[in-house]
Ligand binder design. Sequence first.
Ligand SMILES: [Zn+2]
Length: 499
Amino acid sequence: MTSVSKRRVCYFYDSDVGAYQLAPGHPMKPHRVKMTHSLVVNYGMDKKMDVFVPTRATFREITKFHEDHYIDFLRRATPENLETFEKHKEMYGIWEDTPAFEGAYEFCSISAGGSIGAAKKLNGEADIGINWAGGLHHAKRGGASGFCYVNDIVLGILELLKTHNRVLYVDIDNHHGDGVEEAFYTTDRVMTCSFHKYGDEYFPGTGDIHDIGVGKGKYYSVNFPLRDGIDDDTFKSIFRPVITYIMNWYRPGAVVLQCGTDSLAGDRLGTANLSERGHGACAKFLRTFNVPMLLLGGGGYTPKNVSRAWCYETSVALGIELPQALPYNDYFEYFGPEYSIHVRPTNAENKNTREYLDKTTVHILENLRNISHAPSVQMQEVPVDHFSDEEDELEDDLDDRQSRVYHDTHIAYDNELDPSDDESRAHPANKRRRRNRRNHRNSPNPESKHERTTRHSNASATTTTNPKEDFGFKDERRDKETVIPFTAFSSKNETKSEK
Ligand SMILES: [Zn+2]
């Protein structure tokens, strides 16, 4: 392995994450994070970075963005009791392709805990943070959407805003990063930039080039709509000029890159045609700016390719070259016949013509000329911690670094992927997770609000308003007229038939 410039990398992983399952045959498989970890460990990369077990995010941390009553519902809902919440399940989006599942709240607290924990490390202790269990960009303040329940990205960005005046969010998932965009649509402190398939009723149906933010956030939301079949070279040709302009002009203090891998070639729900190199080139390019960076997961529905790409991107963070041949690992047979880290592009037609890409790039760069140079420096708004009570302090104490080296000797991997993954494996037994069972007969009370106290977070903060208001978090009850149904999440209309 050859090394380029070094960065301090911290990596968050909870070995429990792979055991959750949204539903039998569901395309979103948390297990892909465990597969990724197996590759990371067997390439020896855990020895080159600080490895942490994330402290699970608490209700209080999660509701710094989300509505209390929604999260209360999330932790009560189970597959068994959901029918008793007929009205609420639709209201909160926990139905159809985004179902209640055993341990959903725990899974979300692991995912969000990793992103919050990694963001904390970027406030001085590390240069790059990684949480492949995060990146769940569709979750909204008041409900679940598109396989996403808790928006760990928004929570991580709120953490970064405590230290950094401006945060850039970049999204290379094949789907529009709607939940993050919506959360920060009215502020210039967070710029969101999403490259995604748009049109043909592809989920979620938002992310038009003309959606640029409103009020103070006008021109701080960037959307690059794509057609089917974008490949490595053409993606690079649009990503670099747009990101270069933003980095040079917006000058973020930290960058969050959502590395959704459904933009890889051959993804079960994707339409793009990127190799792991083309996908990883985005992280590689952003890394050259030497700004603290948070790498998160996201979509990705062909698990062997998801793990290849996220493993490769871990090596990009570390600045090392990995051998193409995969080391022996717990899933070795899944990677045949080539047993390589390479994700092979297909011969799918690239429907993004040069003319279309150039025109769109020019349009976006023209919009970006309206942004102020390094805005919001004078404001120094800091998202206040509304909860600094003993409970939070106790949780901080528990957030001790777990610098243990993972060997993942607990092998329970066989049969954990199902036949729909094309690895022709038997379906896993649905692992039962521990869960603090509550009284599920009580319907969630939308009126219930935790008492909140405010305090001055530091001398420079001029206001102590609720961060939900500071960053334009708005109530986003779904508009039935415009929302594309969940079944459209699959370009191949697979998800419905599986259920
Ligand atoms: Zn996606």
